[in-house]
Design a protein around this ligand. Structure first.
Ligand code: FAD
Length: 342
């Protein structure tokens, strides 16, 4: 392999050997028989063999584990920009605001609060409890003191409140949402036929949340009841380290996420984006300690505004170490590959 290719790889991709491609893609018949792995192998160690009218890549020489066959396969994810999207900076952030409900470090709420306080936005679209405590609705917030954080692990039609805010005359709006919400916004903002693309003086800032899955509210209620827990008695839900935890006055209960697949929204099975890649700034917990928020700053506009908030001394922050970013990439890859096991 020529030197520049090797250097590019070191910076941009994981170097997986052919065995991984064989195990994950070829043996599971996810291979599209394009022959790319065979063609890009720099030491001609892979050959395509025909078996029952299928083109099957095989290792016929010595694999040097350069990573090219895995990286360029159309069904794998190992390049940095495929896994996390555009990344300018990655921080862990903790709010210094007191008495504000938050899920992790409160970075999302602190950012919105700063934007409203400094009049850099006219309105924030967030999730708040609806008629039922854990069945949320979207809401338009214009006063920083009305903001409360926290996570609702279910789908919410966020775009409806955005449209309502626009119809009320708000021009500069920040909206929070999971990757599915953010993808819809990106489409209506960037495509010529999109509602948001047609209004030149409208500025919509997309704040994405990391998201592995969300639950169907009714199924979650029934499941908790089977476990003798009324959902309204839950003070906090949390998904962390592969478990759903519900905190109540009677104690803390937890279940492995792997056992809760029947509660998940079916639409989540088709999602491959852990970190809301189409956001201006993304917020999650993976990669940071429990009471800190991992923040991925992606766009110039996101960076300009977020850096101003960092300078405002309302949060503590530090750049996230590369090994923590690798953890986010690992989970992002896991989510992307999950589609293949359905
Ligand atoms: C369904 C779901 C699944 C998630 N799964 C993961 C995960 O697997 N790994 C991970 O690291 N992080 C996950 N997160 C993100 C995490 O829960 C926190 O939102 C994130 O770490 C930011 O924390 P914070 O303390 O900075 O946010 P806060 O300051 O608490 O603010 C959170 C903001 O999110 C908004 N919000 C809450 N629920 C929703 C919702 N359902 N839809 C739209 N907006 C909402 C609130 O209105 C608030 O503005 C998930 C979030 C959701 C909504």
């Amino acid at each position: 392999m020529i030197q520049s290719t090797r250097e590019w790889f070191k910076e941009n991709a994981k170097r997986f050997a052919f065995k991984k491609l064989e195990r994950e893609i070829i043996k599971k018949e996810i291979c599209v028989e394009c022959g790319t792995c065979v063609s890009v192998c720099p030491v001609n160690a892979i050959s395509g063999e025909w078996q029952d009218a299928r083109y099957v890549p095989k290792l016929t020489g010595d694999c040097v584990a350069c990573g090219l066959c895995y990286a360029f396969c159309p069904r794998t994810f190992s390049l940095d920009d495929e896994l996390l999207g555009r990344v300018r900076d990655v921080y862990q952030v903790r709010s210094m605001l007191e008495n504000v409900r938050r899920q992790n470090g409160g970075a999302a709420t602190s950012f919105l609060r700063y934007l409203l306080q400094e009049k850099l936005i006219d309105a924030a679209i967030v999730a708040i409890p609806g008629n039922n405590k854990w069945r949320p609705v979207s809401s338009i917030i214009t006063s920083p003191d009305d903001l409360q954080g926290g996570t609702f692990y279910s789908h919410i039609p966020m775009t409806t409140s955005l449209m309502e805010a626009i119809s009320k005359g708000h021009k500069r709006i920040a909206i929070v949402g999971t990757s599915c919400n953010i993808d819809a916004l990106e489409k209506i903002q960037s495509r010529p036929a999109g509602v948001l693309a047609r209004s030149k003086d409208l500025e919509v800032l997309r704040l994405g949340l990391f998201c592995m899955d969300s639950f169907n509210y009714s199924k979650l209620v029934d499941f908790l009841r089977e476990n003798s827990i009324e959902i309204d008695s839950v003070k906090r839900f949390e998904i962390s380290k592969g478990k759903l935890r519900a905190e109540t006055d009677a104690g803390s209960f937890e279940w492995p996420i792997a056992d809760l697949e029947h509660l998940m929204n079916k639409s989540c099975h088709y999602c491959y984006d852990l970190t809301s890649m189409n956001a201006d700034v993304s917020f999650g917990n993976i990669g940071s300690e429990d009471d800190w928020t991992t923040v991925i700053v992606r766009t110039k506009r996101g960076a300009d505004l977020f850096n101003r908030m960092l300078e405002s001394k309302t949060v503590e922050y530090e750049k996230l170490e590369q090994k923590a970013v690798f953890v986010i990439e690992k989970i992002a890859r896991m989510k992307m590959k999950r589609r293949y096991s359905k």
